[in-house]
Design a protein around this ligand. Structure first.
Ligand SMILES: *Cc1c(COP(=O)(O)O)cnc(C)c1O
Length: 390
């Protein structure tokens, strides 16, 4: 059966061009980039090129790019570095819709290290309450960490606007841009963030490689203590193959930005509008405008997201209920709860996340499959009667 893959916010297919770029470094060129010989230097040169390509994607200086093992490591090392930089400050700020890599870390710091944590709320459209954010800034605040784009709904936070306010107060600002990269333009110069996280496997590079951008002049204390790799900012022999792949993926992501904004957006909008038209009692989660072009989170009243996914899976369609990281628990996602999405539709919410590999035919396949799936599930649902929610 042909697979229709619309779970790109969970992970992406490694691009063929990326595989081609990596292959020689799996086999022939296995030198350690830190070695003193020409053989190792070949790897070092290629890593340098990858660093430049990643820098180009986010308009950074290559020296500001540190390679890590994943988005989660980038998030964790940014947060620990920030709190180590100002040990006397005991207040940290984030939102209540972050990825677990930030959300669970902030909860841990609250529980075990005595930090006062402000979880800034979002409104019903998933937009950040800026009033609460700005009022919570204080002399005791060590760090603000806010995601650029939400992995479940695709909702965008106004990072440039926020960063300016936070920098005026001299507080460190980190953003998790894992979902934003390759989908919307990122410019670290104009957005003015101090640190920014990326992950390879969300932009068609392999799993197990990430990036932490650290603005020049920001004091950084490493999370991994070891050798002098990454200018002492991250010990451990470089994952050269994956880094080289990530470099190529970053180059492709930059070239594909216009495609995201036109072709992928049009496919997403087509899927969204067809579903809204053909299926009663369903609604889109999140702001329709301030949203990634590839993401559609949509709730169907009186049915269960997990059941929808299982039935779509039988049609070869890969989608997700909220976040891959929270699947397996029966609670509605913390993101939809934070947005006060009504229980009956939060439970029936699923996420389609597209890439430039998707086609119009695939969208038609999803639409044709989903309409009868919802009808069948509602026919069995105790919460649905005579074409209405009860
Ligand atoms: C996937 C994701 C991460 C984690 O990245 P990994 O490389 O899987 O550790 C962090 N933040 C967001 C918003 C994500 O979507």
């Amino acid at each position: 059966m042909k697979i229709v893959y619309t779970d790109n916010n969970a992970t992406t297919r490694v691009a063929d061009e990326v595989i081609q770029e990596m292959l020689p470094y799996f086999g022939e060129f296995y030198g350690n980039p830190s070695s003193m010989h020409t053989f190792g230097d070949q790897t070092a040169k290629k890593i340098k090129e990858a660093r430049q390509r990643v820098a180009d994607l986010i308009h950074a200086d290559p020296e500001e790019v540190v390679f890590t093992s994943c988005g989660t490591e980038s998030d964790n090392s940014a947060v620990y570095s920030a709190i180590n930089a100002c040990p006397d400050k005991k207040h940290i700020i984030t939102s209540n819709v972050e990825h677990p890599a930030i959300n669970n870390l902030f909860k841990l710091l609250k529980r075990t290290r005595g930090y006062r944590v402000t979880f800034v709320p979002v409104d019903k459209k998933g937009l950040l309450n800026l009033d609460v954010l700005y009022k919570s800034l204080s002399d005791d605040t060590a760090l603000v960490s806010l995601m650029w784009a939400n992995n479940e709904t695709g909702v965008l936070f106004p990072i440039a606007e926020i960063a300016q306010k936070i920098r005026e107060k001299g507080i460190l600002f980190h953003t998790d841009a894992v979902q934003a990269a390759g989908k919307v333009p990122i410019d670290v110069r104009t957005s003015g963030v101090d640190m920014l996280s990326l992950s390879g496997h969300k932009i068609h590079a392999p799993k197990g490689v990430g990036v932490l951008y650290i603005r020049k002049g920001v004091k950084f204390s490493p999370f991994f203590i070891g050798g002098h790799q990454e200018k002492g900012r991250r010990g451990g022999t470089e994952n050269s193959v994956s880094i080289i792949g990530l470099g190529k993926a970053a180059e492709l992501a930059k070239a594909h930005l216009p495609v995201m904004d036109t072709q992928v957006r049009a496919l997403r909008d087509y899927l969204q509008n067809q579903l809204l038209e053909k299926i009663p009692s369903c609604s889109v989660n999140g702001d329709l405008e301030k949203r990634l072009p590839n993401t559609l989170s949509i709730g169907f009243d009186a049915v269960e997201g997990e059941s929808i996914l299982l039935m779509l899976d039988r049609e070869g369609i890969c989608a997700s209920s909220g976040s891959a990281c929270t699947s397996g628990s029966l609670d509605p996602s913390h993101v939809l709860m934070a947005m006060e999405v009504p229980f009956k539709s939060a439970h029936g919410s699923i996420r389609f996340s597209l890439s430039h590999y998707n086609t119009r035919e695939e969208m038609d396949h999803i639409i044709a499959a989903l309409v009868p799936v919802i009808e069948r599930l509602r026919a069995m649902s105790p919460f649905w009667k005579d074409g209405k929610v009860v």
